[in-house]
Design a protein around this ligand. Sequence first.
Ligand SMILES: [Mg+2]
Length: 312
Amino acid sequence: MRDSISNSEGRTKSQWQWGKGEGPLSLISVQTRQGSCSSFVHVRSRQPFNGARMDVKGGGKEEKTSVMAEAGRVLITFDVDGTLIQSLGLNSNLLHKKAFSYAMEEVFGIVGTIDAIKHHGSTDPMVLVNTLEHYGIPLDQATVRLHDLKEKMLDYTRENASQIKEGLELLPGVEDLLAALAERKKDVVIGLVTGNLEEIAWLKMEGLGIRKYFSTPNFGGFGSDHSDRGELVKIATQRAEAYHPGEFSLKVHVGDTPNDIRAAEYGGALALGVCTGVFSRDDLLAASENGNVIILEDLKDSWIFFKACNIT
Ligand SMILES: [Mg+2]
């Protein structure tokens, strides 16, 4: 089945839809084209998304499924690195990396860099432990000094906070999307879920000028809360629910790594993957264990994002 629809700006979208979301497997794929640019959303669902299924009917008109407005608000948590921001050039994510190096040298006398090994989708505590292990510090010795290591990272970051933007840049479409979400405060609550230590994460948001778009009081799940990323969506959700008890009809976690997909599902959220990090659409799809996952190429198209989150 193939339909054409238009969004509020009149851009043409084509849709291929298999099934109606009620069978054992429903696949919905929407491809949009604007000029020479394309973006994609791929939805794989083995069950309806808590009533948040995307439904689009033919005839050039969109049939709204305003489940959210009736049932409650949407809780959206964003990963930071590779999802909202990208690291650029030789100085990529410079202050954060220097903070790791400073902590390792201050606590263990290790002169090194976290670039020694790959850490995509990890948490700051795990990055510390794994990097130190790479440099010969046994896991148990590194783990027992985690508190000191994190404190040293924060000391360095506070001391050099003016450099927080060095080697960082917002990904395309992010500021427009966050601004659009912030205008929907009645319907949407937005926070962070990131492996960054909390203070460093909010410093990045502040430095890049986007902290103002997040719901207040600010909330999230951070590397300073738990070393296992899988717990962070749960922690962020608990905090959001403490501020907004019983208000959420849908929870969505947005991230760029397979660990984000797994953390979303473990935390009871709909996983929304973006291909703006180093992982492909197939990598992200393969990480889903429950079959409910949405993959967007990027966050450039707020309309598609709103549809994916059933914000009508
Ligand atoms: Mg990331």
